[in-house]
Design a protein around this ligand. Sequence first.
Ligand SMILES: [Zn+2]
Ligand SMILES: [Zn+2]
Length: 386
Amino acid sequence: MKIKQIYFVVVYFILFILFSLHAHGREVKIGLWSDIEPKSVRYHSEKHEVWLFEGTQNAQLKKTLHKDTPFSIKLSGKKIELYQGSDVLETFDTLYIYPNAIHADFTLKNPYRTGNYKGKLICYAHTNGYLTLVNEIDIEWYLCGVVESEIGRIKQTEALKAQTLCARTYVIRGYKRHLQEGFHLCDQQHCQAYKSVSTYKPVIDAVFATKGEVIMYQGKLIDALFSACCGGVTADAQEVWNKDIPYLKPVLDGKYCQGSKNFKWSICLPYSEWRKLIPAEDSIPSILYYIPDQSGRPHKILYRNTESIMNDNTVRTQLRLRSAKIKYTIQNGSVWIEGYGFGHGVGLCQEGAIGMAKQGFTYQNIVKYYYKDVILGYDTEMDTVE
Ligand SMILES: [Zn+2]
Ligand SMILES: [Zn+2]
């Protein structure tokens, strides 16, 4: 055999081993950067050789590039062009970039964004005319990126583990969200924030110490909602989204999140802004007050003789408030609002979880405090992900 043939046999043998490992691993496909609709991106694998394939099924090896050989990927019509400098090296319909080591790091960069990732990258044209970038990555390494993106570089390990369980439960429950676009989840708030892989050791330790563990209610994965700060009482999913979910009911949290950075805030709004909450047919605005629900968020808004049920999201999003847990007074044409918490307030309170961890509670205590009557367990559903 010629040297080139031997080379290809060796490469295919290694790939066979890697694909076999892949079949037993838990990998997820995450759609990157769709919010900025990229047209091009620069790829750099500093430490590993990469193999470039056409397609993902029956992939055809078209090129190998040495480590530390950055290149650019550009969308041209529906084709993917591979550039080095101003030269087009190769053209693909679907470009599959496969590093020669598991969990290898690479960097993506364009004028608008930079991110560090691990694993594989798939590139193809989106039907809306931009470059689809999909990171195929081990689920636990993906979770490290999510946990750091969602809660930051905090020191409290037990709070990091609690956040990890929420994130892992969310991925496995929601992995079909973007299947029609060719991936499982996006990297935006729509699914879970995933800005980069994490290099922060406490996050990595928290994720791998709880590997595979998820939160369940009556044998099913829960909707593991969380917010930055509940402001003293978590919200009822019923009040926020009209969904009666038994494990998402108000929990008194003042002793854990009180005094945290988002616990209390205040603003002053012009009365005209406040008036936006009142239906147009009500011409007399002077009598307006709300009846709070049991977590202190608006439940009913009353004006004159009519009453309207506002859900928390309407109040919060229409007035662009940090949370719907508010008290207010009207003075001299202005509305003075004192607010508590940040976000919808349903489920786990991140600042409360940090407070509990500081007081010595474990991640099991934390998770079971915010989600009623749940158990922690392991789920195998992701093993069937195609
Ligand atoms: Zn999404
Ligand atoms: Zn709280």
